[in-house]
Ligand binder design. Structure first.
Ligand SMILES: Cc1ncc(CO)c(N)n1
Length: 223
């Protein structure tokens, strides 16, 4: 007998083009082949610092919902809390990286795509939004970065030495396993979800991918 396909697998197949658009963006290709304009990288760095700070309250709200809305809340809390702890480390990393590149973080103004993405995440923190929806969003958000930056470290990539550490942050094996843990939680929730919750979660999956594409785009068109 064939193994049943999980919901996330179904969606990844169904929305392949958009997924590839988010994980193989020209920004990532530019890192991978070394052609990236360093000013684009600096723009991304400053904007992502602001994003990650706004991401913390989102993850906090996922953690709160995991405690109440999960039938394996011990596991979920452990995974999500691990993610939250990693964000603390990530914020320090951004500060350090920004100073290396001469990027003044206190002067960064969030661009439109960033503000809209953060506003969307904030909307998912509402108590009316059930756990399944933000856990799917959380999984996709982390996975886009994992797949994108891991691509820059594969055999045959020509990522400049000074950008390798950035790629390692999200492209490493531990982060990949963490993304898999989030995916398992999402699939478990989706298995017992109502049709209404499933269609909301699928719409959220698509929205996150679109916001991720817009976020990468910002580093090019950015001011
Ligand atoms: C825009 C964006 N998406 C995903 C991640 C992964 O945490 C990040 N740091 N920034």
């Amino acid at each position: 007998m064939e193994a049943k396909m999980t919901m996330t697998e179904t969606w990844l197949r169904k929305h392949r083009l958009l997924y590839v658009g988010a994980t193989r963006h020209p920004f990532i290709h530019g890192i991978r082949d070394g052609s990236i304009d360093i000013s684009a990288f600096k723009t991304w760095l400053g904007q992502d610092y602001l994003f990650v700070r706004a991401f913390v309250p989102f993850v906090e709200s996922v953690l709160t919902k995991a405690r109440k809305g999960s039938n394996d809340s011990d596991n979920d809390v452990e995974v999500i809390l691990g993610g939250l702890a990693a964000l603390n480390d990530e914020i320090s990393w951004f500060k350090n990286e920004a100073s290396k590149w001469g990027v003044q973080l206190s002067n960064i103004v969030p661009q439109k795509a960033n503000l809209e993405y953060c506003r969307f995440l904030e909307s998912l923190t509402s108590p009316e939004v059930e756990y399944t929806v933000p856990i799917v969003a959380f999984w996709v958000i982390e996975t886009v970065y994992q797949e994108s930056f891991a691509h820059c470290l594969e055999d045959g990539s020509e990522t400049p030495a000074e950008l390798k550490e950035t790629c390692q942050r999200w492209g490493n094996e531990g982060f990949r396993e963490y993304c898999n843990s989030l995916r398992k939680i999402a699939d478990r929730q989706l298995e017992k979800a109502t049709d209404d919750a499933i269609s909301k979660a699928e719409a959220t999956f698509l929205q996150v991918l679109e916001y991720e594409v817009d976020f990468w785009n910002m580093s090019h068109g950015g001011t």
